[in-house]
Design a protein around this ligand. Sequence first.
Ligand SMILES: O=C(O)CCC(=O)C(=O)O
Length: 290
Amino acid sequence: MTVTTPERLCDDRASGDYPPDLYDFVGIATGVNGFASVTDAHVAQFHAQGYLVVENAFSAQEVQDGLDGLIHLLSGAMEERGFRNVQYEQASTGVAVEELPPAQKQDYVRKFMWFVDHDDRLYNLAHHPQLLTLVQRLIDEPPVLFQDMALLKPPRMGREKPWHQDHAYFQLELEARVVGCWIALDEATTANGCMVIAPGSHRKGPMAHFQRRDWQICDTDVDTSRALAAPLKPGGLLIFQSLLHHGTPPNGTSLRRRALQFHYRPQSAPPTSQEKRLAIFGGEGLGAQC
Ligand SMILES: O=C(O)CCC(=O)C(=O)O
């Protein structure tokens, strides 16, 4: 694999706006209907294109369980057991968010992290037998869950997640076959901030990342000429390789766009050092979180 060493500079603006065409796409990422429909050809497509969409992967009840689990975490019920990993949107500054009931509080949340051990419903989704079976098929080894997140992108407030490669955040050797599983809990649309992906971009190897609006690929290095949007109905799943270029635009609508994201690695995935990761992806990534 070629390593694009991050010697070059990125003169993107550090904050604020971004090029208006940054999340343009030329088509829609379509997928299979349900886990049972995934064939070897789909697995081959995953390896070639770096992604696989599974519509209706999770039932309406499983989606509701995921939402109930997140609301329960926001109720503060698990705080005395150590769960405090909620990050609010910058736009919530000045709002007495802590005093709001959980159902309202969620509309200020940017993300949750490290929750599967605090709620059985969320644990069960991350260890869903059909999901784990599919991930094992994609990485050729029993998968180990090593990161769990929920990304809420609240109505009219949820900001973008600039283009990036998830592997830039992980302390794992480049060869490790890491996959991300992004599960829509609401309908994710091109208007409320669904994923935009660059098919095949994982084959370009690691890209230099820069600390700008986030720990991200420089806007001027993003190639949207083959980009696809990945709108999903609730219960839909996007599985993608950890070097795939992807990002999400802001949510300018009045509709929620809540999602779970689980990352799995093979049991044997070799860890790497922080020095080596930063040498590959860029020294500005110290302490960066997905
Ligand atoms: O859900 C989103 O808005 C973006 C998620 C993502 O790409 C990430 O956190 O790595």
